[in-house]
Design a protein around this ligand. Structure first.
Ligand SMILES: O=C(O)CCC(=O)C(=O)O
Ligand SMILES: [Fe+2]
Length: 356
């Protein structure tokens, strides 16, 4: 166990190996893992993805993605950027929505990723974390990311960005370790039981994403501190998967000085197949779907389409105009929601977030 500075600056214990951590669950303990996830807001299932499947993604990244000169959408600021590497050769700008990549050029990487995201064992546990019985329907994939360098992702609830339109807390996500994640590699953390809190920081007023994103980030940190939630930073070895709820506060630690360790991993967000996606607590964002392994996968900026590639060119060449357009669109959305007296998030919706 080592002690590092946690998300709020207070010291946190970080398990360096499996022996330092709880065993959590094996792939055969579906019901126990899902019950733990509903109680604690997260659960780790060890060895859920095979080493071969993990290696297939890493190998395809090297062959198709590492040297590409195609701009791609990034997790940190939703801009189209070229790959950027740090001094240790780690990809420093995480990729957003791998399902949107152009098949002709990045098909091997995309397939290897989607094989994992739609793996039956993964989707079944994601569904069980949402309270679905294994035979009662399916989940679908709505979002994905690829990480390599430590990201220091701010503490947040995914719900602020996207959730289920049928009720807050109706989405689940998975963090999939493609390699053993070193304690210094910017580990993923969760605040246990934070999903049970009745108070959800809504994407509204001074916390709205268009003009109050920094205020939101501060508010989440403050909220977690005041409520006294326990920060947990599980050890994750290759093929281990951490599931969490869209209301669970989570993020990842930043780079540790002098460490060259990578955190090659995928994250994936799921909804019940019949649910719509609620974006920014404001609007229903409809997606088109492709089907992979009999699972629907939502596509938003589909690079297989010429018009989306043209939009990408514009976004890449004029990043500031692109960012302004995005912010304007989000503001307009908030305004429209305020005008129409039918808020997307009604008290009924908020109630469904509460277990039991
Ligand atoms: O691993 C990270 O840095 C953050 C991932 C995350 O927040 C997500 O996928 O929702
Ligand atoms: Fe997140």
């Amino acid at each position: 166990m080592i002690t590092l500075s946690g998300p709020d600056g207070a010291p946190v214990s970080v398990p360096e190996s499996l022996a330092d951590d709880q065993p959590y669950f094996s792939p055969s303990q579906l019901a126990a893992a899902a019950a733990y996830c509903r109680d604690e807001g997260y659960a780790v299932v060890r060895g859920l993805v095979s080493p071969e499947s993990c290696r297939a993604v890493l190998a395809a990244f090297e062959s198709e993605m590492r040297k590409t000169t195609t701009p791609m959408l990034r997790q940190r600021d939703m801009r189209y950027e070229l790959n950027r590497y740090d001094e240790h050769g780690r990809l420093d700008n995480p990729l957003f929505n791998l399902q949107d990549l152009e098949t002709r050029r990045f098909g091997g990487f995309k397939k290897a990723v989607l094989d994992i995201l739609t793996q039956r064992e993964v989707t079944r546990i994601a569904g069980a974390c949402l309270g679905m019985a294994p035979e009662a329907g399916q989940v679908k994939v709505i979002q994905s990311m690829y990480f390599d360098a430590p990201a220091g992702t701010w503490a947040h609830q995914d719900s602020y960005y996207q959730d289920s339109a049928a009720g807050l807390g109706g989405a689940a996500a998975a963090w999939i370790a493609l390699e053993d994640i070193h304690a210094s590699a910017g580990r993923f953390y969760v605040y246990a039981k934070s999903h049970l809190d009745r108070q959800v920081l809504l994407n509204r007023g001074e916390l709205n994403v268009a003009t109050g994103h920094d205020t939101y980030r501060q508010a989440v940190r403050e909220h977690a501190r005041k409520r006294g939630f326990e920060c947990r930073i599980p050890y994750l070895g290759q093929g281990d998967v951490l599931f969490w709820n869209s209301l669970t506060i989570h993020g990842s630690l930043g780079a540790q000085p002098g460490s060259a360790a990578s955190r090659r991993s995928l994250t994936c967000h799921f909804l019940r197949d019949e649910d719509e996606m609620l974006q920014f607590h404001s609007r229903i964002r409809r997606q088109h779907y492709v089907v992979h392994n009999e699972t629907r996968v939502g596509v938003l900026h589909r690079q297989d389409l010429l018009r989306t590639r043209m939009m990408r060119e514009f976004a890449y060449r004029f990043p500031n105009a692109w960012a302004r357009t995005r912010v304007t669109a989000i503001r307009a959305l908030a305004l429209l929601r305020r005008r129409s007296e039918s808020p997307a998030v009604s008290p009924v919706v908020a109630d469904r977030a509460m277990p039991g």
